[in-house]
Design a protein around this ligand. Structure first.
Ligand SMILES: [Zn+2]
Length: 556
């Protein structure tokens, strides 16, 4: 079933109302609609439309979308490709680092637009533009805080003390009678200040408020009041407030002392008011906080949470096994009639069985478990959809030189030599078996290969590690000589968003090796050799995971 597996279809999606609210500076804001659809509870946005709302230019070419962004003279192009979880940030200025990020889902081409899950779209723009972009599904809105990161723009909407927080009533004052008694203390801490409320009964006391000015204390003295000092003693471990304390003065007055933390906070203004409606003495102290710092802290917190989730995501729990070729594509065929597609399917089945037995907790996903044709691109999509943590593709080799023999393990990368290129071309030739391959693989050019190897860079080290262990494992288990770990631009290794390797178990073009590869015990040994390699790889992989999560913990 070529072309139907893996891809999300938005044909049944319904229209979804979504607006983007952008804050570009203090009181410089605008709102624009973004094209969105909803499918089974998941909201997808048209990335071009979202780019427009962010005032960015974008250009689509087939399944590729390029978005242009310029920040303080640094221009970058963000490139997305239909079906690929990897996004490229390509700097247009020389010497700037290139970045590749991985999304949790891949863009979908639908109605001549690229669509991405809204949660992934906001993450993409946040990472790329280094600005806060947040999606609120309930409100149907995206908030983009695009203000400059330069220190001169400090104003924001973060945690402003609003009038209603101060609860000051303007209405006529009720008559309060009797002695003034202070009953309760209420403190609201906000990002840009604090509001202290002292609730009282009895008549209104005359009061004098001493502003903190440059000192670290403010005080409110109520001329005729009583109250239990214990009810008004409060200390604070962080933020603008350090301590609040009520001190009974000898003459029947009470002084409320407020100590402030002015090492990190500068007091901008302060005021005292009596709220007649509730008989409450209200002190507000506004601090000149660094909104950027608050925003950074919030962002860091969220990134840490995301990283923690990502680590969880990278838990080694799923292996994707890919038996090369199949169906109408036999792969290499030996002189004795041995077909690559049959040998590799058996090896992969044995490998799957060993994994199931030794690692019952690990899910094994097969791109094919019988003799059927699966397009190359589809194999990567199956892997991505199953959230695999390692992709192992198994093949047998063939060469015009009939004496060539031995096993090789490949990882994706630029072809290091002609031989590697030849093997890659041989395996890539499978796409010609696919209907309409010219259209489907349009854009799979040299550029594409570079792009894909860049994307795979994120996993190159892990892939190399896995490949090395697998080759060692096979050498120990079989008489087939290991010819080394190589790099080549295999198409099947392009789409998986995970460490990936391709095993060439031996040469069917070599009549001696063809005979060996036909033997069931050899096929089993190859499988168990690969498994031993995976075992070593898994051990190092999980050690690294622990190390990186420990590092994460320290930084947090
Ligand atoms: Zn092959």
């Amino acid at each position: 079933m070529p072309g139907t597996l893996g891809a999300v279809s938005l044909d049944n999606a319904g229209a979804e109302k979504l607006s983007l609210h952008a804050v570009q500076g203090f009181q410089v804001e605008y709102t624009m609609d973004v094209q969105a659809v909803k499918l089974g509870g998941t909201v997808y946005v048209d990335i071009s439309s979202m780019s427009r709302a962010l005032r960015l230019l974008s250009k689509r070419d087939g399944g590729q979308l390029a978005i242009m962004y310029s920040d303080k003279g640094n221009k970058t192009v963000c490139r997305l490709i239909e079906g690929s979880n990897f996004v490229d940030f390509l700097p247009q200025n020389p010497g700037r680092p290139q970045r590749v990020v991985q999304l949790r889902s891949a863009p979908v081409l639908w109605k001549k637009s690229l669509w991405l899950r809204a949660v992934d779209a906001v993450r993409l723009f946040s990472l790329w533009m280094d600005r806060e972009v947040v999606y609120d599904q309930q409100q149907g809105r995206i908030d983009a805080f695009l203000w400059s990161s330069q220190p001169d723009s400090k104003k924001s909407k973060v945690g402003i003390v609003r009038a209603e927080d101060r609860h000051i009533s303007d209405g006529p004052a009720p008559r309060y009678k009797g002695p003034t008694t202070l009953n309760a203390l209420e403190v609201s801490e906000l990002a840009n200040g604090v509001v202290i409320r002292i609730k009282a009964t009895g008549s209104k006391s005359a009061a004098s408020f001493i502003k903190p000015g440059k000192k670290s204390t403010a005080s409110l003295t109520l001329q005729t009041a009583k109250g239990d000092p214990a009810d008004f003693f409060r200390t604070f471990s962080q933020g603008l407030l350090k301590e609040i304390r009520a001190i009974p003065l000898g003459n029947g007055a009470v002084q409320i002392d407020i100590s402030l933390n002015n090492e990190f906070y500068k007091v901008k203004s302060s005021e005292y008011q009596w709220d007649s409606a509730t008989n409450t003495y209200v002190i507000s102290i506004m601090s000149d906080i660094d909104v950027q710092a608050v925003y950074r802290a919030e962002k860091e917190k969220r990134i840490r949470q995301e990283l923690a989730r990502d680590l969880q995501k990278w838990k080694f729990d799923t292996i994707v096994l890919d038996a090369g070729h199949g169906g109408k594509d036999p792969g290499a065929v030996g002189k004795g009639g041995t077909r690559e597609k049959d040998i590799v399917l058996r090896i992969v089945r044995y490998l799957g069985a060993v994994i199931k037995k030794e690692w019952p907790e690990i899910k094994v996903v097969y791109t094919r478990s019988d003799d059927r044709f699966i397009p190359l691109k589809q194999r990567g999509k199956i892997a991505n959809r199953s959230d695999g943590k390692l992709f192992v593709s198994v093949h047998c080799n063939a060469a015009e030189n009939r004496s060539a023999k031995g096993a090789e393990v490949y990882i994706l990368g630029p072809h290091k030599n002609d031989a590697a290129l030849r093997v890659a071309m041989l395996e890539n030739a499978a796409i010609k078996q696919e209907e309409d391959y010219k259209n489907k693989y349009r854009g799979f050019s040299e550029e594409h290969t570079i792009m894909s190897s860049l994307a795979q860079n994120a996993f190159t080290l892990q892939s190399k590690d896995a490949a090395r262990h697998v080759l060692e494992g096979m050498e120990k288990k079989t008489d087939i000589n290991g010819r080394g770990v190589r790099q080549a631009g295999f198409m099947v290794l392009w789409t998986p968003s995970m460490p990936s390797l391709l095993v060439e178990a031996g040469y069917l073009s070599n009549s001696g090796e063809e005979k060996v590869l036909r033997q069931t015990n050899v096929q089993r040994n190859i499988a168990s050799g690969i498994f031993n390699g995976l075992k070593r790889y898994r051990a190092t992989y999980e050690k690294q995971q622990v190390a990186s999560s420990a590092r994460e913990g320290k930084e947090g």
